[in-house]
Design a protein around this ligand. Structure first.
Ligand code: HEM
Length: 482
């Protein structure tokens, strides 16, 4: 048995089945006691009641829910040897032909991850920056039109178009321009995937393997459309590689690198594997970044004095420009970065992560059999007094090295919005660059307020956690020095 406990003396005292946790019902366990769209909140509330490691079930088998810092860090670190992502997620992704780097394990994961990392290096991001700037300017034009007609907009939808355009450009070298498209766009099909994966991953019974509901048929249709798009992209990339063979030595993007790698390994081109990774990158980069920006906008409207402070900083850095001009310039915004981190601490798009024990392990004196799913409550960790003082207050200053203020407890190991260990998010630098670029453009050029169109803003989990009902009214901001 692998020991994952910080305390040798409490090793293997009880089985997971005997661990504290809410009583459930036969076969379905606690399934009807949780709200899938607020699963993270229900699990956090139970953590208050049952402690740092407790047992639930959403079907016939036990699940360990963990909010202990050492245990979470160990699980993340000890991948891929002792822990992995939940195998049910891999099974669901495989059925949808989306079993790319996010769910891959073993050598497949190593090979795919190497290519993803190489496609998102600092140097690649600098080269990509002019494209990013163009896409930010397109978003600005879209918002200028929205400001002109002063109707509230669902800002999350625009942000997803933005992140799709960015990912298509950096990962596949494709100009998709969904921001200026008026008809159906790929983003509408991508939107269907995450909520359905989240639902399927948490259902006690895999009904869709026996019959399909209208929502399953819509998902199949959307996957067909995504596949069509992916095949066009693959074809274009293969033609480009044949026309410019020198690109094989220095692939310009993720997809080129992937195709070259497959050729090098003398593997038959596996369209399935390539499609899975195109879909994975689009999904991994899309919702996460867009929703992180949406939460920051929500926090700006909730705390206008921080908006004023961020604006002063942005105005002084951008001087005569309306958008960020370089990667270097984007790094001169310490207050904006602090604001963003505070926003991600309280509203991370991944408030929990689901892993699985590959061996029998001991976690904090509870023995957990191999194959047990482990839900890691990472947001809960970032809102504990021992890790972050005044944990429920929105205080950007906690991220700044300002000697004038009284120090608060601050343990950055408990801040895991991008995960941790060997499977840490490889898109972090790209995401941070996008967040800075969009927030500076927004604060510099627009005034904005949230509008109650369909009810108040709520946390909604659909694989990623997004602000449901976030509608924003934009208006032009007069600048003196632009
Ligand atoms: C604010 C934006 C983002 C957030 C909060 C975020 C968060 C995460 C988290 C929590 C994980 C799991 C890490 C773990 O298991 O330890 C992850 C994995 C991943 N992310 Fe991101 N992500 C973001 C943006 C992106 C972008 C822009 C891309 C690429 C275009 C990307 C690509 C990936 C990939 C490929 C993985 C799987 C890594 C692996 O399993 O080895 N992410 N991300």
């Amino acid at each position: 048995m692998n020991d994952c406990s910080p305390l040798e003396s409490v090793r293997s005292s009880i089985s997971l089945h005997q661990a504290p946790g809410p009583d459930g019902f036969p076969l379905v366990g606690n399934y009807f006691q949780v709200r899938l769209k607020q699963l993270h909140i229900d699990l956090e509330n139970w953590a208050d009641q049952y402690g740092p490691i407790y047992r639930i079930s959403l079907g016939p088998s036990d699940i360990a829910v963990i909010s202990d810092k050492q245990a979470i860090l160990r699980v993340l670190q000890q991948r891929p040897q002792t822990f992995r992502r939940d195998h049910r997620l891999e099974a669901i992704a495989t059925e949808l032909q989306l079993n790319g780097v996010f769910v891959a394990e073993g050598n497949d994961w190593k090979r795919q991850r190497r290519i993803v990392i190489a496609a998102l290096t600092r140097a690649k991001l600098s080269k990509f920056f002019p494209h990013l700037k163009t896409i930010v300017e397109r978003l600005m034009l879209r918002w200028e039109r929205a400001a002109a007609n002063s109707q509230p907009i669902n800002i999350g939808n625009d942000l997803i178009r933005f992140t799709v355009d960015v990912t298509m450009q950096i990962a596949f070298g494709v100009e998709s321009n969904t921001l200026e498209a008026s008809g159906p766009v790929i983003q509408q099909h991508l939107d269907r995937v995450f909520p359905k994966v989240h639902q399927r991953a948490n259902l006690p019974f895999a009904y869709w393997r026996y019959f399909k509901l209208p929502s399953d048929r819509k998902l199949d249709h959307s996957l067909g459309e995504i596949r069509l798009k992916a095949n066009q992209i693959i074809e274009t990339t293969r033609i480009r590689l044949n026309e410019y063979p020198e690109r094989r030595k220095a692939p310009g993007n993720f997809l080129e690198a992937f195709l070259v790698e497959l050729e090098k390994e003398r593997t038959l081109f596996s369209d399935a594997e390539i499609f899975a990774n195109i879909g994975t990158l689009l999904l991994a980069g899309e919702d996460t970044t867009a929703n992180t920006i949406a939460w920051a906008i929500y926090h700006f409207s909730k705390y206008p004095h921080y908006l004023t402070k961020a604006r002063d900083e942005i105005d002084s850095v951008l001087v005569n420009h309306r958008v960020i001009q370089s990667v270097e310039q984007s790094k001169q915004l310490p207050f904006l970065d602090a604001f963003r981190d505070e926003s991600m601490r309280l509203k991370p798009v991944a408030p929990l992560m689901v892993m699985e024990a590959k061996d029998d392990v001991d976690i904090q004196g509870i023995s957990i059999p191999s194959g047990t799913p482990l839900i890691l409550l990472t947001r809960y960790l970032a809102t504990r007094q021992e890790n972050f003082g005044e944990p429920h207050e929105f205080l950007p200053r906690r991220w700044l090295k300002s000697a004038a203020e009284e120090p608060l407890n601050h343990d950055s190991r408990a801040f895991l919005p991008f995960g941790g260990g060997p499977r840490f998010c490889p898109g972090q630098k790209l995401a941070l660059l996008q967040i800075r670029s969009v927030l500076t453009m927004l604060c510099r050029n627009f005034n904005f307020e949230t509008v109650d169109v369909k009810g108040s803003v709520e946390e909604c989990l659909a694989f990623t956690m997004f602000p449901q009902n976030l509608f924003v009214r934009l208006s032009h901001r007069k600048q003196t020095n632009a």
